[in-house]
Design a protein around this ligand. Structure first.
Ligand code: ADP
Length: 284
């Protein structure tokens, strides 16, 4: 069983993918979290980085601290020690250069606003951006997720998958320098999930290599391999980074061809081994 595992020291160099921008966007330095003095340590010194234009997936067992980590990365939750740097600046509150997409799209969208108004919402306060520019961003974001024609629909008139596409469009309209995704497709059925994964990959192409840096937290190993350039594996709690590996699968990816590529299966078996899982589907 082999996979391109990169050492913690060489991650910056070896993790670089062809076509990505060699600039560290996000740096996670010795991040620790304990919610209170009488609770267990959740994160025990996490170190990793995300380079410009990279798609990094963070995977780990349920309860290991993935959501805790994401909340620290986004400045919502202060770490107990260590720090998160975004373009070299310490993250102490939600930075304007970051956007988040959550699993629970039903709660993240405003049911009383149309698709167009939901997507526009975070831009409404950006008076530094001319109205014509805001309009163009909203139109482009809606188009990028394939919801043109549905601008005047309300969330309740859309399927779950379409609602999650609205949430993605809203994050994109903001033109973040990094998009964080917290188990974004965990609440939809398997087919819808595949469609949303492909929407996300199309959106990355549409964004271009300088603005398409993404970090996704997921418990779905196959989804991580299908989407990512690099995968960071977390241990059981208190979590540390147990492994980082490069996903050398060619792009554009395809749900059938990519998932049956021998390299995909090899990485999958490797991750199952690292996480102590038995891969019954492939007999590994
Ligand atoms: P994951 O996203 O990997 O499932 P979480 O980050 O949600 O894991 O949770 C990791 C651990 O942190 C769990 O043991 C959970 O009980 C604990 N935890 C999460 N939120 C809080 C909180 N607000 N207060 C205390 N403990 C918490």
């Amino acid at each position: 069983m082999e996979a391109t595992v990169i050492s913690r020291d060489s991650a910056e160099h070896d993790g670089q993918q062809e076509g990505t921008v060699n600039v560290s966007v996000l740096q996670v330095e010795d991040l620790r979290k304990r919610y209170s003095a009488d609770t267990q340590l959740v994160c025990d010194g996490l170190n990793f980085m995300v380079n410009g234009g990279e798609f990094v997936a963070i995977i780990g067992p349920s309860g290991c601290g993935k959501s805790t980590l994401l909340r620290m990365l986004s400045g919502i939750l202060p770490p107990t020690s260590g720090q998160v740097l975004l373009y070299g600046d310490v993250v102490r509150k939600p930075p304007p250069e970051m956007a988040l997409v959550f699993q629970d799209y039903a709660r993240s969208l405003y049911p009383w606003l149309t698709v167009e108004k939901n997507v526009r919402f975070p831009l409404a306060r950006r008076r530094d951006i001319a109205k014509a520019e805001r309009d163009a961003r909203v139109d482009a974001a809606i188009l990028s997720v394939g919801l043109d024609g549905f601008e005047n629909y309300y969330p309740g008139q859309l399927s779950g998958g379409m609602q999650q596409r609205v949430a993605i469009a809203r994050a994109l309209a903001f033109q973040p320098r990094i998009l964080l995704l917290d188990e974004p497709f965990a609440s939809v059925d398997a087919l819808t999930k595949e469609g949303l994964e492909d929407t996300l990959l199309r959106v990355r192409d549409w964004l271009g290599s300088e603005n398409n840096t993404m970090l996704m937290v997921t418990h779905d190993i196959d989804e991580a391999i299908y989407l990512a350039d690099r995968i960071v594996i977390l241990s059981k709690p208190p979590c540390v980074v147990t492994e980082e590996l490069v996903v050398n699968l060619q792009r554009p990816r395809n749900q059938l061809a990519t998932r049956s590529d021998p390299e995909f299966l090899r990485i999958r078996a490797f991750i199952h081994g690292v996480m102590g899982l038995t891969d019954q589907r492939n007999g590994a």
